[in-house]
Design a protein around this ligand. Structure first.
Ligand code: TIU
Length: 220
């Protein structure tokens, strides 16, 4: 077993069964005029982690380990968008409406795209997800089984919404999960701190946390 120096204690893993999941590093969450901004958020915190997420992705690629990307998005006909989600948050622009970067959170629109610096390479798995969790209504479970992944490292946004939801889904499905603390971000620093604390509390009840440097050292 290889190891990552992590909290609340060492994260042990088999390199052959490790994968990185990068959650929703999309223009819609990182750029002014997108969905995140439409909910009233300052998106600059998300932009700030892009170089760290890039370093993590490149470390996994260099180690020959799988990188999986997710995108929160909906079908153009909105058939996978419950009204309860569309109406939530009293946003200035709703999901599906035309915004400065195309229709908000709709598959194929410019704003829905993953940031250029973090773009998936050909052959990497890209999960389009209609929910906050990446397992709901997607093929992620099948993909993880197909590639034989058992331990998952998480990065992306936002820590307490899509990252934590997906980690909880993964935890219940038997995966061991670790989130890279400095490669995830929230619009609310206090929510990020609380999410990381609740993930690793009670003996890693949801998972482990470690810095990107610690993860890269462990997988090198
Ligand atoms: N609003 C917010 O914090 N997050 C989301 O809506 N989606 C993700 O976290 N990806």
């Amino acid at each position: 077993m290889a190891e990552i120096d992590a909290l609340p204690f060492t994260f042990a893993f088999r390199p052959q069964t490790m994968a990185l999941i990068v959650i929703d590093m999309q223009r819609d969450f990182a750029e002014p005029g997108g969905f995140g901004a439409s909910l009233g958020n300052d998106v600059s915190r998300v932009t700030a982690i892009v170089p760290t997420v890039k370093r993590l992705i490149e470390g996994f690629r260099a180690a020959g380990l799988p990188v999986i990307h997710t995108m929160e998005c909906h079908r153009p006909d909105l058939s996978d968008l419950p009204p309860a989600k569309r109406d939530r948050g009293n946003p200035s622009i709703r999901i599906g409406d035309a915004g400065p970067m195309g229709r908000v959170l709709i598959a194929g629109e410019p704003g829905t795209a993953i940031l250029d610096e973090l773009a998936p390479l050909p052959g990497e798995i890209v999960i389009e997800k209609p929910g906050k969790g990446a397992f709901y209504a997607t093929g992620l479970s099948d993909d993880l089984k197909r590639i034989g992944a058992r331990q998952l490292v998480f990065a992306g946004v936002t820590t307490e919404v899509c990252v934590q939801t997906t980690m909880r889904e993964a935890n219940d499905r038997g995966y061991e999960c670790l989130v890279a603390e400095d490669a995830t971000e929230s619009y609310f620093p206090e929510f990020k701190a609380a999410a990381l604390a609740m993930i690793r509390a009670q003996g890693a009840i949801v998972g482990w946390t470690a810095t990107t440097d610690q993860v890269l050292e462990g997988i090198a």
